[in-house]
Design a protein around this ligand. Structure first.
Ligand code: FE2
Length: 321
């Protein structure tokens, strides 16, 4: 069983050792205005935990006694949200008398992507509301080849969409399809890293000037995806790896997938999308990664099961392939 609670999603997933997802239930906190309020999100998670857990057990058809281990996201994420999930995970592990496993949320996004694509050693672009990085496995860890220097790509597009009156993704991308004029925008790729805050400011300025929102949406989405595809392309060229994986909520973008597919073709590599349900935050990815860790002896004593809001993807040793 895996418990996810790093940000707006509270999820419980149950998988078996053959890689079948038996249950993947979730409930999302939706702020009435603005971004995620960490304490409100944590209160949401605590309020829905019982129901989501019950739904997952019912859907899976397994009784609590058949759960072999309890995994949870211990970071990166929002402190209050992480602590809510961790508390439930510890209580369940103690109650069931089963091992507890602390899972790195970023690693879990990649592992569930590998499960659904059959990829073994991909170059990965992990793009979401809170994370943007290019990574690949090297000597037992997912190494960061490139990342955002300021805000995440998903955050840039969500904030733009909200300020432009469209709402968060996928609304900006839907509106971009009606755009006709492309405005020149700040394009900030620095080595393997990217920066989106200047782009967001420029987009907000164009909206304030009264430019057509569909044209600004077109310009900002195209530039964000082009920057991401460029750094991903460098990673593919550098590593010469032939599998390319997109994970995280923003990987649902049809336009980003299109750009990546085109780039990957040029390099004789392969890109395979994974189902939308497993791109955003979910409990199944925590369960699946927890299972791999469990099989390799990476369990966490309850008294050491702290949360790590600033955990990095390369903090976790990957003992499996
Ligand atoms: Fe995530």
């Amino acid at each position: 069983m895996g418990i996810e609670s790093t940000a707006h999603t509270f999820g419980v997933g149950i998988v078996d050792s053959s890689g079948n997802v038996l249950a993947n239930e979730l409930d999302m906190y939706r702020p009435t205005s603005g971004g995620i309020h960490p304490r409100e999100a944590a209160q949401h998670h605590a309020a829905v935990a019982h129901t989501v857990l019950g739904r997952a057990l019912k859907r899976s058809g397994v009784g609590p006694e058949m759960i072999d281990a309890v995994a949870f996201s211990y970071g990166p994420g929002l402190g209050p949200c992480l602590r809510t999930g961790a508390t439930l995970a510890r209580a369940l592990a103690l109650r069931l008398g089963r091992p507890l496993i602390s899972v790195n949320h970023g690693v879990a996004h990649i592992e569930i992507g590998k499960l659904f694509t059959g990829f073994v050693d991909p170059v990965v672009l992990y793009v979401a509301g809170g994370n943007t990085l290019v990574t690949t496995l090297h000597e037992g860890r997912y190494r960061v080849l490139g990342e955002t220097l300021d805000i995440a790509a998903g955050n840039c597009l969500d904030v733009f969409g909200i300020k432009a009156g469209l709402g968060p993704m996928p609304a900006p991308e839907a509106r971009a399809r009606k755009g006709k004029t492309f405005y020149s925008m700040p394009y900030n790729v620095k080595g393997m890293d990217v920066s989106f805050s200047g782009l967001l400011t420029a987009a907000e300025r164009l909206i304030a000037e009264g430019r057509p929102v569909e044209d600004v949406a077109l310009s900002v989405t195209e530039v964000v995806y082009a920057m991401l595809t460029e750094v991903l392309e460098r990673a593919v060229a550098l590593t010469q790896k032939k599998e390319v994986l997109l994970v995280g909520g923003l990987a649902r973008s049809g336009r980003l997938q299109e750009m990546v597919r085109e780039m990957v073709r040029v390099h004789g590599a392969e890109f395979r999308p994974i189902p939308d349900e497993y791109l955003g935050d979910n409990g199944a990815m925590i369960a699946w990664t927890g299972l791999k860790m469990f099989q390799h002896g990476q369990v966490t004593p309850v008294e050491e099961s702290v949360v790590r809001p600033k955990l990095r993807i390369d903090d976790t040793e990957v003992r499996w392939l």
